[in-house]
Design a binder for this molecule. Structure first.
Ligand code: SF4
Ligand code: FES
Length: 201
């Protein structure tokens, strides 16, 4: 696989063809905030927090670093007044759902996001899809999925599958940026008579 040279935040960076801007930046020690990215999963582009400015062929566009492929001579900016403003709004919207999420609180400090800016929403899930995609793409179990649509959209374990698979796995738990996943699991466990009472049952 060939290599390309691009510029990220005024720094010349060499990356392999097929890499994304996010991977190239992180390899070069340049941090870009992410919430729905996982190195083992396909790009999902749900959170938009990794938005960067990309200059190519004389035009500047905003795009998601986690999905944008590197090409020769790209010029990328990971911070600007416009990018910071977008990230601040995204974080404030997410904090309305999950004000106690540690990762959201850390990002909120960095981007001066106010957790009380938007009215609180009765959900702790920010729909990053990490749990659903990890179970589907890596574990191939589909024990958890999205249900409903629009503002009602949320995640739910599938009791028939989860009762057999989840106790001895739980690999998706630490991926959740809001810790909602653990709460849902416990709730499902409590409500479903088909759930075992502990590991290895
Ligand atoms: S429960 Fe957590 S990991 Fe799953 S989609 Fe919601 S925020 Fe993401
Ligand atoms: S990390 Fe790129 S859109 Fe979420």
């Amino acid at each position: 696989m060939g290599e390309v040279t691009l510029t990220i935040d005024n720094k010349k960076v060499t990356a392999s063809e097929g890499m994304t801007v996010l991977e190239a930046a992180r390899n070069a020690g340049i941090d870009i905030p992410t919430l729905c990215y996982h190195e083992k999963l396909k790009p999902y582009t749900a959170c938009r927090l990794c938005m960067v400015e990309i200059e190519s062929r004389g035009r500047t566009n905003l795009d998601t670093a986690c999905s944008y492929p590197v090409t020769a001579n790209l010029v990328v900016r990971t911070r600007s007044a416009n990018i910071d403003k977008i990230r601040k709004t995204i974080l404030e919207l997410m904090l309305a759902h999950a004000p106690d999420s540690p990762i959201l609180q850390d990002y909120a400090k960095e981007y001066s996001a106010n957790k009380d800016h938007f009215e609180k929403q009765p959900s702790f899930c920010i729909l990053c899809g990490l749990c659903v995609r990890y179970c589907n793409e890596i574990k191939k179990k589909n024990a958890i999925d999205f249900i409903d649509k629009g503002v009602e959209r949320e995640i739910s374990f599938v009791p028939e599958i989860a009762s057999k698979e989840c106790w001895n796995c739980r690999e998706c738990f630490p991926l959740c940026p809001t810790e909602y996943l653990q709460a849902t699991f416990v709730l499902t466990e409590a409500l479903s008579p088909s759930f075992p009472t502990g590991p290895d049952k």
